[in-house]
Design a protein around this ligand. Sequence first.
Ligand code: ADP
Ligand code: MG
Length: 252
Amino acid sequence: MIIDLRQVALTYQSPDGEVEALRDISFGMEEGEFVSIVGPSGCGKSTLLSVIAGLETPTGGTVTVDGEPVTAPSPKVGFMPQRDHLFEWRTIWSNVTLGLQIRHTNTPKEQAHVHTLLDRYGLAEFVGKRPSQLSGGMRQRCALIRTLASDPCILLLDEPFSALDYQTRLTVSADIYDIIRQEHKTALLVTHDIAEAISLSDRILVLSARPAVIRSIHSLDALQGLSPLERRDTPAFHTVFNAVWKELNADV
Ligand code: ADP
Ligand code: MG
C-alpha cells in the first residue's frame, strides 16, 4: 500500500470553536492507482489531501506514505492545486523549474528531466513564453510538469480542472490522465464533477457532508482499458453516475 490511512480524524480549532472536518477515514491506495474523491462542498476533501501531503496533522489515526508515517511534506508527494499558480513575470521554463529552485535541486540532471517532460508533452517550443501566451489547457500541462519536475511518486490533485470551460476540461483532463498513466504515478484527484471522476479513475471515494466519513467506494473495473472519452459512452458509466449522484444528494 503506497498510501494508508487508518481511522484518520481532523478537527480544526478556530476562533469560532471547533470544526470537525474528518471522522474515521480508513482507506488505502495501491501503487499506480488513480482514485477520485467526490463529496459535498466544504465536507473535508482538501483537508484530506492536506493530511496526506503532510500539511495538516490529523487529530486522530495514522497516515503512512510508502510505509513511513507522514510528519511533514515529502518529495515523494506532489501537489497540484486548483488554480495553476503560474507566475506571469516568469517564463514557462522558470515556472516549471520553480520547485527545483526553491529546493535547491536545480541540477543538470533535474533540468534534463524537465526538458524531457516538456518535449514529451508538446511544450518544448514554449519555454521562453509567458503564461498568458498559452491556452488554458497548456497552462494546466505546465502546472502538472512543474509538479512532476521533482519526480514525486504520488500526485495529489485538488480540483485541477475547475477553472476551465467544459470543452477544454474534457480534453485537458484526458491529456493529464495520459501523462499521469505514462509516468506511472499514483494519483488522488478531488473533483466536484462525477463524470470526470468516472472517466479518469480506477476507484471513486464518495464522502459525506462534514464531518467527512466515507459513504462508499466504487470500483470501476468494468471500465478498465477504455480511454476517458470512451468511458462516457458505456452503460456502466451511467450506472455509476446515478449511484454516486444519489449518494451525494442524500445529505441535502
Ligand atoms: P472541501 O475541500 O471539501 O470543500 P475543506 O477540506 O476545505 O472542504 O474544509 C472542510 C471544512 O473545514 C470546512 O468547513 C472549512 O471551512 C473548514 N476548514 C478548512 N480549513 C480550515 C482551517 N485552517 N481552520 C478552520 N477551519 C477550516
Ligand atoms: Mg477544497
